[in-house]
Design a protein around this ligand. Structure first.
Ligand SMILES: CSC[C@H]1O[C@H](OP(=O)(O)O)[C@H](O)[C@@H]1O
Ligand SMILES: Nc1ncnc2[nH]cnc12
Length: 285
């Protein structure tokens, strides 16, 4: 099953057959909203609006663990995130899509793992994106007529305030980041722990605050770009469903937990193990 997590400005996808909004309970609480399931070009799909319909959850308060658990519980194997982002590069202009392949995580106030005391696990995040899914999503976007940039480092800030000018310059000039947003971490870490194939389309909405020829970022201009992009996002998802069967995985996402769990079997906490049923059932039995 192919799941899509829609970011700011994307609260629905259309064209699904047998469409149905479903409530899903998880051991990590309620997801951001009900999840829309159905079929698109014969592919089983799930859609979750990251901030909830009506944009209820702030980036800090998105229930990231419940969202990833709920998608896996429903049968998702692949998760495509569609996110608004600011750009640190002249050539990555508003309206363009960036196929992110790296992150720098500056979040400080979020639950970022399913594991913990009683079942400790360390998965690799060296290559956080499923390159099979990312390439397929990039192809789908190009087929929709979008300018696509392959590869880019996404700085994940805590927010909800936008960056200061000094931060914006540091992320761009010193840290070499390409785009900035507030939501892809811990989402990508949790997807990796849940052995899901995860990729992001970062839809450029602004130049943050560093660009001498553009004003400081504000929500009104972001929303205007997002509205202009809505058809591109919709067509990209439809194209991806059409070509989805071809997405192989050179990244090893589905075996991420093979050697990750450190806690001895006799020392594992049964309560935590119970909560890990969907996420880690493959290795915990
Ligand atoms: C409305 S601008 C700031 C907001 O938009 C992005 O969210 P998402 O990644 O869910 O599209 C950004 O990360 C901020 O949360
Ligand atoms: N400039 C920016 N900073 C953080 N998140 C964003 N989302 C869209 N534009 C952004």
């Amino acid at each position: 099953m192919l799941a899509v997590i829609g970011g700011s400005g994307i609260y629905d996808i259309d064209g699904l057959e047998e469409a149905q909004w479903q409530s899903v309970d998880t051991p990590w609480g309620a997801p951001s909203d009900q999840i829309l399931t159905g079929r698109l070009h014969g592919v089983a799909m799930a859609f979750l609006p990251r901030h909830g319909r009506g944009h209820v959850h702030s980036p800090t308060d998105v229930p990231y663990r419940a969202n990833i658990d709920a998608l896996k519980r429903l049968g998702a194997t692949h998760v495509l995130s569609i996110s608004a982002c600011g750009s640190f590069r002249d050539e990555m202009a508003p309206g363009h899509f960036v196929m992110v392949d790296q992150y720098i995580d500056r979040t400080v106030s979020r639950e970022s793992s399913f594991f913990g005391t009683g079942c400790v696990a360390h998965v690799s995040m060296a290559h956080p994106i499923c390159m099979g899914l990312s390439r397929a999503a990039g192809d789908a976007a190009r087929q929709a007529g979008v300018t696509v940039h392959e590869g880019g480092t996404y700085l994940v800030m805590e927010g909800p305030q936008f960056s200061t000018l000094a931060e914006s310059r540091m992320y761009r000039e010193v840290w070499g980041c390409d785009v900035i947003g507030m939501t892809n971490m811990p989402e990508a870490k949790l997807a990796r722990e849940a052995e899901l194939h995860y990729a992001t389309i970062a839809m450029v909405t602004d130049y943050d605050s560093w660009h001498p020829d553009h004003g400081d970022v504000d929500v009104a201009s972001i929303v205007a770009v997002l509205q202009g992009n809505a058809a591109h996002a919709r067509d990209t998802v439809a194209n991806l469903a059409r070509i989805f069967g071809g997405a192989g995985c050179p990244t090893g996402c589905e075996t991420a937990l093979d050697f990750a769990i450190m806690t001895a079997p006799g020392k594992r906490d049964p309560v935590l193990l119970g909560k890990l049923d969907a996420v880690a059932g493959r290795v915990l039995g």
